[in-house]
Design a protein around this ligand. Structure first.
Ligand code: PRP
Ligand code: MN
Ligand code: MG
Length: 179
């Protein structure tokens, strides 16, 4: 599996460091707010479980399963809700945790949905941001790294369901998805 990676972009250590830093900021900003942290499955699962342990406030955790990519390397443009939240967001300060913002469609959809359901506030924390690819005007509040326009995998990010279990974020060799 590691042979399919062209280059390591962010090591385990770099991810842990940035996660700690973001956790501190979030702790300050959400003190006393009892936020509802929403993990966007499946990609955000590693980042979510790591970052919530760096946040020193009361919080609640819930999961939403959303998918826009399917098997390909290109977003289909259609954001499907596969599993909704169990918790009501009405009156809550919501913090959405994502692995990556690419076109922004997934988050645009979620922010609209939570606002429609009368969340008190909706903030976004993403490990990776790829602003070059943005088609929606979504702006994250907390960003780990800005990534170049390359197909990245690992630490939750997949290609056709694979590579989520890499401990780091790396660039996939083009021959893997072209061949
Ligand atoms: C990926 C990624 C983000 C989204 C970003 O999820 O985890 O959720 O795409 O792309 P966008 O900004 O263009 O919407 P995907 O749909 O592949 O589902 P997964 O998390 O289950 O892999
Ligand atoms: Mn995702
Ligand atoms: Mg995916």
């Amino acid at each position: 599996m590691n042979n399919d990676i062209k280059e390591v972009l962010y090591s385990k250590e770099q991810i842990a460091e940035v996660t700690k830093k973001l956790g501190k900021q979030i702790t300050k900003d959400f003190e006393g707010k009892n936020p509802l942290v929403v993990c966007v499955l499946k990609g955000a699962v590693m980042f979510t479980t790591d970052i919530i342990r760096e946040i020193d406030t009361y919080l609640e955790l819930d999961f939403m399963d959303v998918s826009s990519y399917g098997e390909g390397t290109e977003s289909s443009g259609e954001v499907k809700i596969i599993k909704d939240l169990d918790t009501s967001v009405t009156g809550r300060d919501v913090l959405i945790v994502e692995d990556i913002i690419d076109t922004g469609r997934t988050l645009q959809r979620l922010v609209e949905l939570f606002k429609h359901r009368n969340a008190k506030s909706v903030k976004i924390c993403t490990l990776l941001d790829k602003p070059e690819r943005r088609v929606e005007g979504v702006k994250p509040d907390y960003v780990g790294f800005e990534v170049p326009n390359e197909f990245v995998v690992g630490y939750g990010l997949d290609f056709a369901g694979r590579y989520r279990n890499l401990g780091y974020v790396g660039i996939l060799k083009p021959e893997v998805y072209e061949g």
